[in-house]
Every structure is written in C-alpha cells, then in structure tokens.
Design a protein around this ligand. Structure first.
Ligand SMILES: [Zn+2]
Length: 657
C-alpha cells in the first residue's frame, strides 16, 4: 500500500511521526509538504494529496491541519476523493468500512501525536464493507456533480458516465508503459531503426490484447514507404565548368533525382509569376522540362515577402513545369548559407518514398554563387551578368528572361535505402448506425530521434508521454465499449511514425486515409505533455492548447467546457497566435489534418532543457499532470463522439497552410 501525506504549518511534527510509523510498517509514503513552521495555505497541500489519490498514484491520502476542516473541504472538491475528518480511531475505522474514505483528515490542535498514529492505523487496517454502504457511497458523487454542473439531468447521466470512466485513467499504467517504451532497450525509437520496430510491435500487441479488431480485418498497421538517403558527394557540369557540392553548390536535401544529362536551361529573372504579383517573369518563356535559373531576392519588390521567399519561387517554377531549379546568390550570402546548410545537406535524411506511388517529390533545387552563374550567362548574349541584371531591375524595374545556351548536368553520389515505417491504428466502430461512419482521430507519434553521438535519447516526454496517454485512452474507451457504453461515432487511436523526420507518418495517413477525411470530424493530437516549461515553473497544472478555435467554434467550446466541468487545468493559448515565432502549429502531426480543413487540438506542455536530449527520461515525467491532461482529452473526445450533431467547420483558420 502507498500513501501521500500533506499538512499545513499546524502539522509537520505529526506528519514526520506518521511517516516514520508507516514506513516501519513497510508502506511507502510520499511527503507532499509542508515541512517547516512558516505559515502556508492548506489548499496547496491538500490539492497535491487529493490529486495523487484521484490519479491513483497513491492508494490513500492523509491530511493534517489545525481543525482538519480546511484540508477536508479542499480534498472533497476532487470528485474521486472521499475525505473524512477523524478525531478518534473508531471514527477513522467507520470512515473506511462504511464510507469508503480514501483520505483521512486529522485535527492536529485537538489530539495528541499518539492519538494521531492510532487514527492512521485503524484507517489503514479497516476495509470497506460494500453492500448497502456501496449503494450509498455511489450516491455521493451525484450530489457533488449536479452542483458542479448545474445542468439538466439528461446531460447529467452522460456526464456521470464519462466521469466514471475518466477516473479509471490510471497513472500507474502510464508509468508502466513509459518505463518500457522509453527504456534503453528501445534505443530512442528512431524511424527506420530496430527501436521503432520494437515499439510498433509493442503497440500492435497491446491494442490486440485490449480487444481491438484489425481495422481492415488483417492488420493494426498502415505501411508508410520511406527512404533514407545520404549525399556522399557530387558535381555540377555547366558551360564546360565543373562545380563541387558544398564548396560550389548547395541543394535541398531529400532529393529524389540523383543526376541529369544535358537538360535545357532557361533564365526566369527573379522567378515571380501568378496571383498577387504585378510582374510575370514567366510570360515570355517556356520552362517545361527545363532547368529554371533565377536570381535571389527581387530588386523590383524590395522589402516584400517574395523578396526572401525562395520556397514560393520554387513552387512557381514547379507549377510552370520546371524539372530543376537553381537560385543564384550573391557570393557573400552563399558563404553564410553554406555554413548553415552543410550539416543538413550532408546528413542522412528520411523522406516518404513517393516514387513507389508514382508521385514526384519536389523538383531538385540548387544554390550557386553569382560569380559562377556569370560564366553560364556569358554563354548567352541577351542575359549579361548578375550585377548588370540587378542594376537594371533596380533602376528601370525590368529584368530580361530567356533560354540559356548551355545545358544542365549534375551527378550526386547518394546512398539510398528503402524501408517501410508503420503507423499503428486501433479502430473502434461507433455504436450508432446513423453516424458510425464519422470518425474522431486521436494521435501521438511514437518515434523519437534515436541514438546521437553514442547516447540514447529515450524521448520519455517527446512523445512517449503522448503515446502512453493514447494507449491508456484506448484502454478506457475499450472498457466502456465492452460495457455497452461505447461511443456513438467511431474513434481511431493512432500512433504515427516519422514525426521527427518531418511529420511523415501523419502526412502519409492524410494522403492515404484509411477512413475518409470528409468523415473525419476532428483530430486530437498529444505531443509532449509530461513536463513543465520555464514559463510555468511554479505551477505544473497547465497545458498549451493550439488550434482549438481555428476551424470550429464548437470544438473550442467543447474543449473549454470539458475542462471547466471536469479537469480545471490552466489552458494556455500563447502558442495559438498565428504570429508566434515558435510556429508549433506546424510542428506536430495535427498539422496534416488541419491542412485538410479538419478541426484539431494540439495538446502540448512546452519545451524544456531536455528537449531532444539524452535527459528526456521517465524519472522526470509528472504522471499526475499527464493523467489529468489525458482526462481532458478523454472528456473532449467523449462529447465529440456522443453529441447528436457533429461539430461544424465555421471558421477560416488564421494560420496559413
Ligand atoms: Zn514530438
């Protein structure tokens, strides 16, 4: 048996004696403070103990203050807690045998230390008798909840059911799973490694044991074709001049095509065209199947977004049919860019192996210096050199375009290795024939960053915490399902692969959805919910919510109500602002649903000093906090799955896709 014990300034001496006594009896005891004589506020300690008991981190709680009233009142605000005040051993015993109390409150100013110890002993040794007492105890929560909700009795019975199930979300199970998934044996779960494969097996086996049926009749997994590629070297050969990779040219990693021979080339000025632009650098040229060369920046549109947006320029080239893309940079910019790109370019990168599906990845994209481009331009009369091109654009607002007389050749020495990653899917069909084709998707990513410089990154928080929470949600929903309380709509619990490589598993799912996206009502994504960031160092009862109000006002309302009714976590919307520089909205798997206009909520407790580092270990996870957030997800999902009307998309997101 294990205990949590806490007190205010009236109780430290009593607490020490009780802790020692319980330890002598062989029990484990968590001391929640306070330990000194300074005046403190009793609710701070009573809530901690009550949280431990609610989440089943501790079986029983002990609270001490002057009269025992304050701590008892506080603890009893927690719906899973039954706190009793006892000033004699007989009352303590009855609190257990008749009332199934799980917290005992001791009035330090009215009894001796010796009496306190015997009160604790009779509380610990007594057993709940059940029977008629169980019937009465079951009625206690109703009163509390009705007051709490202040709403109609029909909703009330649903709320009672969901509350009952949510209380069975079990922090000890979260800890047990995480101690396995985030152990060194799983080698940091990097996509494409043995650790990720082991994790996939663990998850599949788990969902199968819970009683989930394979979503397609055969399997719990969705194959995600992937490719590891690494550039070992390479050359570019144009107009009789050979350039070397890194030294003379840079490229975007994840390149699909490793060589080309005598590709025709065309100069497209600054590479601007299409809606929203006055200039159209593509108006007089045909770039179909050619290598498009553009200058960086835009002297005609200084200080505009397009001036710095190379990605947008590449997309314009691609949409005009270009087969390759080269950006010409001022020599000094090239040096800086090289310093930044070298590492990313030459490391092993993992991408979706789309060639299998007949889909092309983005076109090969290169960066070179102006001085090298001038050699190319010299071969063509009309184009002149970079400095003249820029000057004319600056003064007159025009830039020449046209075919180049040279051809484009490059060869990259790339090692490639194809493999299959796995998304893990646990699907629960809805109970209502009319709406069971509507699906809620609850996600986490189970991959992490693996072994770096010989050190294992266990990723307990990122995203072990989300993964074990999804597992535990699946278990609780399965219990409800088996009891005939399964949700009306269908729910898909999904642990995805490849998040750390660029949200690959969820991208694949959203491109190849098992259940139609039009019928996917929302995605609740849990990624890192087990730690505390700097901004909340003095209170761990918070969570950042991202996305909840972007597409559906109802989703936001449901989430807020679930929290105010059941969980009372501080909801922090700091990262929900579209101009937040961290851009977390784009950085986890919900994004691949949001971009298809599916309402999402991203649950996230922020970064910490062990983010993507070997110190992200199980010992540092706050399981009570994680459990509470799991309950918030549980209640939000419950409402989304059981309400009559599915939530509507009634807003246009202010996050750009
Ligand atoms: Zn993550």
């Amino acid at each position: 048996m294990n205990f949590s014990i806490g007190c205010d300034h009236a109780g430290p001496a009593y607490k020490t004696i009780i802790i020692n006594h319980l330890k002598e009896r062989g029990f484990s005891v968590k001391n929640c403070g306070t330990d000194g004589p300074e005046s403190v506020d009793y609710p701070d300690f009573a809530h901690t103990v009550a949280n431990d008991v609610s989440s089943k981190d501790s079986e029983l709680g002990i609270l001490i203050c002057g009269s025992a009233n304050g701590v008892a009142m506080t603890a009893n605000k927690h719906s899973a807690v039954r706190a009793a005040i006892a000033w004699t051993p007989e009352i303590a015993e009855l609190a257990r045998t008749h009332n199934d109390a799980n917290v005992i409150c001791i009035p330090a100013r009215f009894i001796s230390e010796k009496e306190a110890v015997s009160i604790v002993d009779s509380f610990v040794d007594a057993k709940f008798e059940g029977g008629r007492h169980a019937r009465r105890v079951n009625k206690i929560a109703c009163g509390v909840l009705a007051l709490l909700l202040g709403i109609s009795t029909s909703f009330f019975s649903i709320a009672q059911t969901s509350l009952d199930y949510s209380q069975t979300l079990d922090s000890t199970k979260l800890r047990a799973h995480l101690s396995i998934l985030a152990s060194d044996e799983f080698e940091g779960r990097e996509t494409g490694t043995r650790g990720a494969e082991l994790s996939a097996l663990y998850l599949e086996n788990y969902y199968s044991k819970l009683g989930f049926q394979p979503y397609n009749g055969k399997s719990y997994t969705q194959d995600v074709p992937m490719l590891n590629s690494q550039i070992e070297g390479g050359t570019m050969d144009v107009a009789g001049v050979e350039l070397n990779v890194v030294e003379d040219f840079l490229l975007y990693p994840g390149i699909n095509k490793t060589s080309t021979m005598d590709m025709p080339m065309v100069f497209a000025g600054y590479g601007i065209s299409g809606d929203g632009f006055i200039e159209d650098d593509y108006s007089n040229i045909n770039v179909e199947g050619k290598c498009v060369v553009v200058l960086q920046g835009d002297k005609r549109n200084k200080n505009t977004e397009i001036e710095t947006n190379t990605t947008a320029k590449r997309e314009i080239a691609e949409s005009n049919g270009a087969a390759a893309f080269v950006v010409v940079m001022p020599n000094s910019d090239y040096a800086t860019f090289k310093g930044r790109m070298k590492f990313y370019m030459m490391r092993k990168s993992t991408i979706l192996n789309r060639s299998k599906e007949g889909e092309g990845a983005s076109i090969p994209t290169f960066f070179i210096r102006e001085s090298d481009a001038d050699v190319w331009f010299n071969s063509t009369k009309k184009i002149k050199n970079c400095s003249k091109l820029n000057k004319r654009a600056d003064k007159k607002g025009v830039i020449s375009t046209g075919n180049l007389s040279c051809n484009f050749n490059y060869t990259l020495d790339v090692t490639r290795e194809e493999f299959i990653g796995k998304n893990i899917l646990a699907y629960m069909p809805g109970s209502d024939e009319n709406i069971k084709d509507e699906v809620l998707v609850i996600t986490s990513h189970y991959d992490h960053i693996g072994i770096v410089d010989g050190e294992i990154n266990n990723g307990a928080d990122d995203d072990g915490s989300g993964t074990v929470t999804v597992m535990e949600l699946a278990r609780v929903y399965m219990n409800a399902f088996k009891n005939g309380d399964g949700p009306r709509r269908s729910v898909l619990f999904m642990n995805v692969i490849g998040e750390e490589k660029g949200l690959l598993g969820s991208e694949w799912y959203s491109d190849n959805p098992v259940f139609p996206l039009e019928k996917t009502i929302a995605n609740l994504n849990i990624d890192m919910i087990g730690r505390v960031d700097e901004a909340h160092s003095d209170d761990d009862n918070y969570i950042y919510l991202i996305g909840s109000d972007k597409l559906s006002s109802e989703l936001h309302e449901i989430s807020e109500t679930a929290n105010s009714t059941f969980t009372n976590i501080t909801l922090d919307y700091t990262f929900n602002a579209p101009d937040d520089p961290n851009r977390f909205y784009y950085r986890s798997d919900h994004y691949n649903f949001a971009k298809h206009n599916i309402p999402v909520i991203f649950y996230f407790s922020g970064v910490h000093e062990d983010y993507h580092a070997p110190g992200d270990d199980v010992e540092k996870i706050l399981f009570t906090k994680t459990t509470n957030i799991g309950r918030l997800v549980f209640h939000t999902a419950w409402e989304l799955l059981n309400r009559d009307d599915k939530i509507t998309v009634d807003r246009v997101s202010d996050f750009k896709n």
